[in-house]
Design a protein around this ligand. Structure first.
Ligand SMILES: Nc1ccn([C@@H]2O[C@H](COP(=O)(O)OP(=O)(O)OP(=O)(O)O)[C@@H](O)[C@H]2O)c(=O)n1
Ligand SMILES: C[C@](O)(CO)[C@H](O)COP(=O)(O)O
Length: 237
């Protein structure tokens, strides 16, 4: 039976977020964003290991060690990220292979900047793998009207029929994903998620509907939104 691994790309600098600290380290309800995200996976029994990918300079300085409390012991040593997110994911895959992961093992890639992932959505994605030979990812149908913008003006409306927003985690077999990312290097189209690299290879991954509160902390305002989401969840408990 294939094992299931997780890669958490946390190698970005959060330029759109602003501030003096990379967004994966800022405090969210008293814990770094990264700790919230790691916690989701470290408590899922079906996952064999979590491979963290960090900015090179943070790996050297060890700043991340102070951020993660002892109960977040990472079984796999973090590795250095790359220039783009896809480069960081590729390095995470190479590290998993070195750590003994098999070519056909599943790898879930989940943004460190998405700390509000619901355990139920992770569970649904994991449950779907047995009937998703071409991989699977969480997503949500587009609910807004979409405009194409140029110079601050609307050039027209994009038909949203059949359009989904891709979320994470995105799950693919290790060797196939690594090969697809290697092959996509230098592709004309920017590779901003794992599924786009696999689609270039002709794969048709399954879309599993998740929740819109699986937000990616991108802009400064997103931190308060994430805090409100987690606070509302605590209220529901
Ligand atoms: N070279 C990179 C770029 C991004 N990421 C990670 O990929 C996730 C999604 O990327 P994004 O939201 O774009 O993060 P940043 O690149 O940090 O943001 P920005 O583009 O605003 O700098 C984040 O967890 C980020 O840390 C990464 O591991 N390596
Ligand atoms: C992977 C992703 O979160 C799916 O929506 C998104 O593509 C990441 O984009 P970013 O520009 O690297 O944040």
């Amino acid at each position: 039976m294939e094992r299931i691994w997780v890669i958490i790309p946390a190698g970005g600098r959060g330029q759109r977020f602003g501030g003096t600290q990379a967004k994966q380290y800022v405090l969210l309800r008293g814990q770094p964003v990264l700790a919230h995200t790691l916690n989701i996976f470290l408590h899922e029994k079906r996952i064999s290991g979590v491979q963290l990918v960090l900015p090179g300079e943070d790996l050297e300085s060890g700043v991340w060690r102070d951020l993660l409390s002892d109960d977040l012991a990472l079984p796999l040593a973090p590795v250095r990220g790359g220039k783009q997110r896809a480069d960081s994911v590729r390095r995470g895959l190479e590290a998993l292979r070195k750590a003994g992961a098999a070519d056909k093992d599943w790898v879930l890639v989940h943004d460190a900047a998405r700390p509000c992932l619901r355990a139920e959505d992770l569970g649904n994605l994991l449950d779907s793998l047995r009937e998703s030979p071409q991989g699977a990812l969480l997503g949500i149908p587009v609910a807004d009207t979409l405009k194409r913008e140029k110079d601050g003006l609307s050039l027209g409306t994009v038909d949203r029929e059949g359009l989904w927003r891709a979320l994470t985690p995105q799950a693919f077999p290790l060797a196939a994903l690594l090969a697809a990312l290697q092959s996509a290097q230098g592709a004309a189209m920017p590779i901003t998620d794992e599924a786009s690299a696999m689609e270039l290879q002709g794969w048709r991954p399954r879309l599993i509907q998740g929740h819109g509160d699986n937000i990616k902390i991108t802009l400064g305002d997103d931190l308060a939104l994430a805090a409100a989401i987690l606070a509302a969840r605590d209220e529901e408990k």
